[in-house]
Design a protein around this ligand. Structure first.
Ligand code: CO
Length: 133
């Protein structure tokens, strides 16, 4: 079951540089950053009410975000929904014929377990499901 929008991820070449718009112009706060080793990205967190903007910067040349920035430039990268049971949701969607990138969850930022749905199954939006552990 989907509980809320966890975060909206924006691909950026440089977190501090990109954060200036959100902090200086919108008055939001960059509250921290975290290296997500498994997916080779560094994430900057900007809370907005119950959700947050995540600025996602490549942490290695072979990071998926490096490729995203090269082909599409900086911008909206994915939307993440918080669910109560990510493994069960992935299994349910797989059985329903939804094309998945991850059939089993893997560690995400903030101590979560996450899995991605393929954009071809969602109308062109990369969708992440995440569960607080
Ligand atoms: Co995410």
């Amino acid at each position: 079951m989907i509980k809320k929008v966890s975060h909206i991820a924006v691909a950026v070449p440089d977190i501090e540089e990109a954060a200036k718009f959100y902090t200086d112009k919108l008055g939001l706060k960059l509250v921290g950053r975290e290296d997500v080793v498994g997916t080779k990205v560094t994430v900057g967190f900007i809370p907005v009410g119950e959700t947050r903007i995540e600025l996602v910067q490549p942490a290695a040349p072979d990071s998926p975000i490096t490729k995203f920035l090269e082909t599409r430039g900086p911008g909206l990268q994915h939307i993440c929904f918080e669910v109560d049971d990510v493994a069960a949701e992935l299994k349910r969607l797989d059985a329903a014929g939804v094309k998945l990138i991850d059939k089993v969850p893997h560690p995400g930022a903030h101590g979560t377990m996450v899995g991605f749905l393929h954009p071809s199954a969602t109308g062109g939006v990369l969708v992440e499901l995440s569960q607080q552990m």
